[in-house]
Write a protein that binds this ligand. Structure first.
Ligand SMILES: Nc1ncnc2c1ncn2[C@@H]1O[C@H](COP(=O)(O)OP(=O)(O)OP(=O)(O)O)[C@@H](O)[C@H]1O
Ligand SMILES: C[C@H](N)[C@H](N)CCCCCC(=O)O
Ligand SMILES: [Mg+2]
Length: 206
């Protein structure tokens, strides 16, 4: 059973798109424990709209915070403090895709980071690396932070224009498994997600 925690090298790097692709590929359940920012839509609603299989179940967020900010700040703005003990993994026997918020070391509360959720639930991690100038450093830092915590990288997904100088260096320097890469799509739709899902299914040997 695949139980995967989707993180990225920052915010807006494509974690939700990759989560939708993995959810479709594995007919997995999807859970976003902490959603910071509810307008114009939430990540769970986006994934639901991009996934077509009839099996996936979408579990409610544990926290839905109004402010599109770091979760610790969005929570404080509502007078809340999040605690590790607030979070329980959804009780499912299906594959499960869990999407973080922002990057790996984003704070949920003083002393509680996104990485701590992946550790608490003992999930393997998928890292999304969007291509921009600076993404090599952000990717290597993320992979080092995962390694330092003993978190296993199930796969790295490059997202954006293919950039061999970047991708080859990262993969040779770190030796992490590479999942299929995404190109910049003119439009993100259920059809696009279904197409990528087929290549991810093949990657998983399905
Ligand atoms: N390969 C791609 N082609 C086209 N658009 C993309 C691609 N990857 C991501 N996007 C778009 O970039 C935006 C940010 O992506 P996404 O919402 O998946 O980021 P995220 O990492 O989940 O952010 P957050 O930290 O808020 O959860 C979205 O509008 C998404 O549709
Ligand atoms: C609001 C945004 N889309 C994400 N939900 C949260 C991103 C937090 C980033 C915090 C940081 O790294 O400075
Ligand atoms: Mg997202």
């Amino acid at each position: 059973m695949e139980r995967l925690f989707i993180t990225g090298i920052g915010t807006d790097v494509g974690k939700t798109l990759v989560s939708a692709i993995l959810t479709e590929a594995l007919q997995a359940d999807y859970w976003k424990p902490v959603q910071a920012g509810l307008e114009p839509t939430t990540d769970a609603a986006t994934v639901r709209s991009l996934v077509q299989n009839p099996v996936s179940k979408f579990w409610p967020e544990r926290y839905r915070l109004q402010m599109p900010a770091s979760p610790h700040a969005a929570a404080a703005a509502e007078g809340l403090e999040l605690h590790a003990s607030d979070f329980e993994l959804p009780a499912t026997n299906n594959h499960l895709i869990v999407e973080g918020a922002g990057g790996l070391l984003v704070p949920l509360a003083p002393g509680l980071l996104i990485a701590d959720l992946a550790l608490q639930f003992q999930l393997d991690v998928v890292v999304v690396s969007r291509n921009y100038l600076g993404s090599i450093n952000h990717t290597l830092l993320t992979l080092e932070a995962l390694q330092a915590r003993g978190l296993r990288v199930r796969g790295l997904v490059f997202n954006g224009d293919p950039t061999p100088a970047t991708e080859d260096f990262i993969s040779q320097h770190t030796n992490v498994p590479l999942m299929p890469r995404l190109r910049l799509e003119p439009e993100v739709s259920a059809t696009v997600v279904r197409g990528y899902a087929a290549t991810f299914r093949a990657w998983f040997g399905l």
